[in-house]
Design a protein around this ligand. Structure first.
Ligand code: PMV
Length: 347
C-alpha cells in the first residue's frame, strides 16, 4: 500500500426479516416506525462483494453496481461516506501522519451474486458491505450499524451475524436506532433456509416509495407498528431463545402475511406476491397440515421470491415436494441448495 492510495475488498451477507420493518418516522435519518428482527444468512450463496479505493488522483466519487456505473451523488451513499469520514476524523484527530487523507475521493465497485432489487435484500447486503469497506479503508472500528442504516434501513441488521434485532429507538437523532445481536448463528445450527427465486425481475415499487405511501395511507400499518409488533418482538425473541421451531415458524408466516396485508391496505395498493408466491404459500400449509405440525415457514419481502425456514432434517423432503410441484424449466437444474441457504430457480 503506497502512501496516497488504498484499496480494500469486503463481503457482506443478506439478512431476512422474520418481524418486518416497513415504514419510516424520519426519512432522512432512516428511523423506523417499529423494531424488526432478522436472520443473517451465510455468505456462501447470497452475498455482496465490494471493493473501495481512495486515491490522491481521483477527482470525484464514483460507484459501479454489478459492472455498471451509477450516480455516486445519491444522498444515501453520500450520507454513508460522510458518516464514516466523520468517525475517522473523530478517531484520528488532526493526525497529519494519518495514512489516508479524508479529502481523497473514492471509487467503489459492488457486485451481488444474486438478482438485484428483486426483493432479496440486495440493498441490505449492499450498504452493509459498502460501510464495512469504507470503515476498513479509513481505519474506523466499532458500532457501524448506525451508519449502515443511513444507506438502507435493513442494512443495519446485515452488520451482524446470527439473529439480529434492530431497535426502533426513541431519540430523534437516531443514536439508539441500532442493530444488536440476539444470538449467534451457532445458537441454532439446525435452522435452515431455502430461497426460492420466483422471479429475478426488478420490483415494480421500491421499498422507499412503497413504505412512504403505506405510512401516509394505511391505518393497518399504524396499528401494526404501535400494537402488534412490540408484542411480537418479545415473543419472537423467546421462540429463538427456546429454539421452538413451531412457534418461530408460525409467527414468521403471520408477520409476513401482515406485512403484505398492509401493502394491500396501502392506497393505491401494492402487490409484491404473484401467483407462484401464492402457490408456495398454499404448498407450505399443505405440507404442514400433512405432518400435523409446522415444519416449514415462508416469508416474503418486497418481491415475489420466497424464503423458507425449516429444520435441517426437513430440507430433503421439502425440496422434493417443491420439485414435484414446480417441474424444472430450463433453469430448473440450478436447484442449488445448501445449509443454511439454498437457492432454487422456479418457472
Ligand atoms: O431497507 P429497505 O428499505 O430495503 O426495506 C426493507 C423492507 C423489507 O425487506 C420488506 C422488510 C425488512 O425488514 O427487511
Amino acid at each position: 500500500e503506497e502512501r496516497g492510495t488504498a484499496r480494500v475488498t469486503c463481503t457482506a451477507p443478506v439478512n431476512i426479516a422474520v418481524i418486518k420493518y416497513w415504514g419510516k418516522r424520519d426519512t432522512d435519518l432512516i428511523l423506523p416506525i417499529n423494531s424488526s428482527l432478522s436472520v443473517t444468512l451465510h455468505q456462501d450463496q447470497l452475498r455482496t462483494t465490494t471493493t473501495a479505493a481512495a486515491c490522491r488522483d481521483f477527482t470525484e466519487d464514483r460507484l459501479w453496481l454489478n459492472g455498471e456505473e451509477v450516480d455516486a451523488g445519491q444522498p444515501r451513499l453520500q450520507a454513508c461516506l460522510r458518516e464514516v469520514r466523520r468517525l475517522a476524523r473523530k478517531r484520528r484527530g488532526d493526525d497529519a501522519a494519518a495514512p489516508l487523507s479524508l479529502s481523497y475521493k473514492v471509487h467503489v465497485a459492488s457486485e451481488n451474486n444474486f438478482p438485484t432489487a428483486a426483493g432479496l435484500a440486495s440493498s441490505a447486503a449492499g450498504y452493509a458491505c459498502l460501510v464495512s469497506a469504507l470503515a476498513r479503508l479509513y481505519g474506523v472500528e466499532g458500532e457501524l450499524s448506525e451508519v449502515a442504516r443511513r444507506g438502507s434501513g435493513s442494512a443495519c441488521r446485515s452488520m451482524l451475524g446470527g439473529f439480529v434485532q434492530w431497535h426502533r429507538g426513541e431519540r430523534p437523532d437516531g443514536r439508539d436506532s441500532v442493530a444488536q445481536q440476539l444470538a449467534p448463528e451457532t445458537h441454532w445450527p439446525e435452522l435452515s433456509v431455502l430461497v426460492l427465486v420466483v422471479s429475478g425481475e426488478k420490483k415494480a415499487v421500491g421499498s422507499t416509495a412503497g413504505m412512504q405511501t403505506s405510512v401516509d395511507t394505511s391505518p393497518l400499518l399504524k396499528y401494526r407498528a404501535e400494537v402488534v409488533v412490540p408484542e411480537r418482538m418479545t415473543r419472537m425473541a423467546r421462540c429463538i431463545q427456546d429454539r421452538d421451531f413451531e412457534a418461530f415458524g408460525q409467527l414468521t408466516m403471520q408477520d409476513s402475511n401482515q406485512f403484505h396485508a398492509t401493502c394491500l391496505d396501502t392506497f393505491p395498493p401494492i402487490f409484491y406476491l404473484n401467483d407462484i408466491s401464492q402457490r408456495i404459500i398454499a404448498l407450505a400449509h399443505r405440507f404442514n397440515a400433512h405432518h400435523g405440525r409446522t415444519k416449514v415457514a415462508y416469508t416474503f419481502d418486497a418481491g415475489p421470491n420466497a424464503v423458507i425456514f425449516m429444520l435441517e432434517d426437513t430440507v430433503d423432503e421439502f425440496v422434493e415436494v417443491v420439485r414435484r410441484s414446480f417441474p424444472p424449466n430450463s433453469n430448473g437444474d440450478q436447484f442449488l441448495r445448501g445449509r443454511p441457504v439454498g437457492t432454487a430457480v422456479l418457472p
